[in-house]
Design a protein around this ligand. Structure first.
Ligand code: NDP
Length: 451
């Protein structure tokens, strides 16, 4: 049977574009459809604009520190529209880069929504029908609002990047990556930030001591964090949105942002009719090779709800091409993925939390929490944390957790050692780089706890 294409990719985000490019470079005839903007969540409404907002939000602190270091600084206010204009231009540029990658590698693109008519047939919103030997669904996910009265009055992370003006005050609901990152960003940009999280501590699933320090520092820098608190309902009010919390008084906020999780973009795509099994969250169920229950249909990235991170989607895309296009079966390695949460201070983490490790085997815990030189000199009370979880039996470092400015950069490098199976003694044998914060990671001589 002949097909129009060897591979049809649905979704032009990081994972889909990478898979399409590498498959085309390997000689496959490839097409890709994107219904929105090329670059997907990461480039257009996620990691990239978020990180630029993190940078913008850190300047007030930097200016205060500069004064403490003897500089005369005359800071004005933050001009959201000036920043926003530059941000839009940068996203346009990046979208152009993504389109260029595809056209430069002879990938045929369709600016249209694609759905499946059957295991090998793609139907476009333009009415066109195309066939492909393999289909790769890389359609991503989208944020969801909780099912409460008035939820439609709240915004989600996608909307933050499109605001005409920053609100004077905002309530952020949730305690995950997105909620905590935006609480810090908006706080830094001068918005009065309140955060409600329904659980006992933000960043559930991460190391307890590390997330405790992030929470303490967020509160100290001005985020009004309420734990064990959720929203019962919302209504329009003068000056914004009136919120009824699970406990405490009703309050009016300039805006309410829900960061209460994301769901895969699988609705209305014809997947189930084509025989593709979906999981409880609507995710495409795949095996280690990203193959769905229909042999010709594969899926990568957030649409599979495995580890929802851009570099993981890219890895999954590369492994798919290696397996399906190059005929070299390559499973995706999801073990020991380093990750960073761009709160202020940042948290970088790889491997097991202390709690997970203790459940698994006897461990030693090495930790140092201290005031870093740069901020301490400026008169700030900020604290940082360097922490290693070590197996008592194998001496391997099972987990590394860093809460500090630049922790994202640090954990990338520590992640190599942990991924290689480095022992505590390998860390100890490495000479410290002095004076740095991260030198503590190789100079902690005695465990603070064993268990
Ligand atoms: P998360 O799943 O991380 O967090 C969702 C949060 O919302 C949790 O705190 C959850 O509480 C809470 N929540 C869920 N439902 C409700 C509800 N009905 N009412 C109140 N609270 C609720 O999702 P995010 O949206 O923050 O991020 C999605 C994913 O995107 C992340 O898991 C991550 O993989 C990725 N991401 C990565 C970033 C990075 O690498 N720096 C940055 C941003 C996103 P509970 O804990 O009780 O379940």
């Amino acid at each position: 049977m002949s097909f129009d294409y060897d591979l049809f990719v649905i979704g032009g985000g990081s994972g889909g574009v990478r898979a399409a490019r590498v498959a085309a470079q390997a000689g496959a005839r490839v097409a890709l459809a994107e219904e929105s903007r090329y670059g997907g969540t990461c480039v257009i409404r996620g990691c990239v604009p978020k990180k630029l907002m993190v940078f913008a939000s850190e300047y007030p602190g930097a200016m205060a520190d500069a004064q403490a270091y003897g500089w005369t600084v005359h800071a004005g206010g933050f001009d959201w529209s000036a920043f926003h204009g530059k941000l839009e231009a940068e996203l346009d540029r990046l979208e152009g880069v993504y389109r260029g990658i595809l056209s430069g590698n002879n990938v045929t693109t369709f600016d249209a929504r694609a759905t499946l008519a059957d295991a090998h047939t793609i139907e476009l919103s333009t009415g066109e029908r195309l066939s492909a030997r393999h289909v790769l669904v890389a359609a991503g996910g989208h944020p969801v609002r909780p099912d409460i009265p008035g939820a439609e009055l709240g915004i989600v992370s996608d909307d933050i990047f499109k605001l005409d003006a920053l609100p004077r005050s905002i309530l952020i609901v949730g305690g995950g990556y997105i909620a905590c990152e935006f609480a810090c960003i908006l706080n830094g940009l001068g918005v009065q930030v309140t955060q409600y999280y329904r659980g006992a501590q933000i960043l559930r699933g991460f190391d307890g001591e590390a997330r405790g320090l992030v929470a303490d520092e967020m509160i100290r820098s001005g985020v009004d964090l309420h734990l064990g608190t959720n929203v019962l309902g919302m209504a329009r009010a003068e000056g914004g949105v009136r919120v009824t919390p699970t406990h405490g008084e009703e309050k009016v906020f300039g805006a309410v942002m829900f960061a209460t999780g994301r769901v895969p973009n699988t609705a209305g795509m014809g997947l189930e009719a084509a025989g593709v099994e979906l999981g409880r969250n609507g995710e495409i169920v795949v095996d280690d090779y990203s193959q769905s229950t229909v042999p010709s249909i594969y899926a990568i990235g957030d649409v599979t709800d495995r580890v929802n991170l851009t570099p993981v989607a890219i890895r999954e895309g590369m492994a798919f091409v290696e397996t399906v296009i190059k005929g070299n079966p390559t499973p995706v390695d999801h073990a020991l993925i380093p990750t960073a949460i761009f709160t202020q201070p940042e948290m970088g983490t790889v491997g097991l939390s202390e709690e997970e490790a203790r459940d698994q085997e006897p461990v030693e815990v090495y930790a140092a929490s201290f005031k870093p030189m740069q901020q301490s000199f400026a008169g700030r009370d900020d604290r940082v944390l360097m922490k290693l979880i070590v197996s008592r039996e194998t001496r391997k470092v099972l987990g590394c957790h860093i809460v500090a400015p630049g922790a994202g950069e640090m954990i990338q490098l520590a992640g190599i050692a942990v991924k290689m199976g480095a022992t505590k003694e390998d860390f100890d044998h490495t000479v410290a780089v002095h004076p740095t914060m991260s030198e503590e990671i190789v100079t902690m001589s005695a465990p603070v706890r064993t268990g």
